[in-house]
Design a binder for this molecule. Structure first.
Ligand SMILES: NC(=O)c1ccc[n+]([C@@H]2O[C@H](COP(=O)([O-])OP(=O)(O)OC[C@H]3O[C@@H](n4cnc5c(N)ncnc54)[C@H](OP(=O)(O)O)[C@@H]3O)[C@@H](O)[C@H]2O)c1
Length: 331
């Protein structure tokens, strides 16, 4: 596993982290013992960065992580949580009083005095642009409730606005083989400013693993069933906003490319993850895992892999031919 500085947090984290939306809800059932096994497998494989949110299972994900950390005090894991989605998505919600209440709840759930990193959870653009929001976040840091703050965003424009703020330690954004826009401006801007980049949805919600077919079904309470057209939240969070059938075709080509262009033994999911953290400017990639096996395999993508120029060109070609028109100008 390789380790990198996470922007202005001053913390070294593994290039492959762990996303834990799955340990909360919205991905079908994940039992608590399986959630624990995911954390164990990731930690044993060298993962030291875990992403969660106060809304994942209404606190369940945070609580499971808090329990895990209490039982494993030497794990060296940096936890990034998020806040803002338990209230109405209007600028008036993003005030110091709410920030204090939300972070108090997360501190209890995570069983810690001070949160390592708290990220605004995809707030409206007006919030990302509001000076008063950053003043309130600076106050949280000064009061000691959080060590650092960041912003999780939907669009490249929001990412650039957040990167320009001097107190922002990290920005979280969707970046994967099916979502290349952040490569253009966001990664160079983050590098220049010393802001960390947390790359989420690296597998396009699992599509890039190449496991799904047109007959695959997802549980009713899995967002890949109920948010396919953006019925519940931004459609970009489900399959990266790529229509499912088109995603299957692109994923099929991606798997074939891994087979022919990558010399090392790697699964498509591992190649998808390694390709992301090898982009200059990325600090860590946070694949979500529903099982210990997935977490272990994903951590295995954090080693010394050479993907090669032919693979890089092939990834770009799949995007340009099949996906660019569909997604490029939306986020
Ligand atoms: N707004 C936000 O800030 C926001 C939004 C979305 C996500 N996130 C964060 O980003 C993390 C990652 O994104 P994500 O979980 O949405 O999407 P993702 O990482 O692209 O996809 C996760 C899914 O990929 C499949 N998978 C994982 N590892 C695999 C492996 N080794 N082999 C085959 N399949 C594998 C699993 O699908 P199956 O379930 O089918 O097994 C898993 O549920 C989340 O957990 C969350 O922490 C944040």
């Amino acid at each position: 596993m390789e380790y990198r500085m996470l922007g202005r947090t001053g913390r070294l984290v593994s290039v492959v982290g762990l996303g834990t939306w799955q340990l909360g809800a919205d991905w079908g059932d994940v039992e608590e013992k399986d959630a624990r096994a995911v954390l164990d497998a990731a930690s044993e494989a060298g993962v030291t960065f875990v992403d969660t949110a106060d809304v994942y299972g209404d606190g369940r994900s945070e609580q499971i992580i808090g329990g895990y950390l209490a039982d494993n005090p030497g794990s060296g894991i940096t936890v990034a949580t998020k806040m803002g989605r338990r209230a109405e998505q209007v600028p008036e919600s993003y005030v110091l009083e709410n920030f204090r209440a939300w972070t108090d709840r997360s501190r209890t759930n995570l069983r810690t005095e001070r949160l390592d990193l708290v990220q605004l959870h995809c707030p409206p653009s007006e919030v990302v642009d509001d000076d008063a929001v950053y003043d309130a976040l600076d106050t949280l840091v000064a009061e000691g409730a959080v060590a650092a703050y960041g912003v999780s965003v939907e669009t490249s424009a929001q990412a650039l606005a957040a990167i320009a703020r001097p107190g922002v330690a990290s920005v979280q954004i969707i970046l994967n083989a099916f979502r290349r826009k952040p490569l253009e401006e966001v990664l160079p801007a983050a590098s220049a400013a010393g802001v960390g980049i947390v790359a989420r949805v690296p597998l396009a919600s699992g599509l890039l693993s190449g496991r799904y077919t047109k007959d695959t079904t997802f549980a009713e309470d899995d967002h890949r069933s109920y948010n396919r057209a953006g019925e519940a939240f931004d459609v970009g969070e489900t399959f990266s906003g790529v229509p499912y059938e088109l995603g299957l075709r692109a994923a099929g080509e991606f798997s074939a490319l891994v087979e022919t262009a990558v010399a090392q033994e790697m699964t498509p999911a591992q190649a998808a993850i390694a390709w992301i953290w090898q982009q200059p400017g990325v600090s860590t990639v946070i694949p979500g895992a529903r099982s210990a096996d997935q977490a272990r395999a994903n951590a295995g993508a954090g080693g010394d892999h050479v993907l090669g120029a032919r693979f890089g060109a092939g990834v770009r070609d799949i995007y340009d031919r099949l996906l660019r028109d569909e997604v490029h100008d939306r986020w």
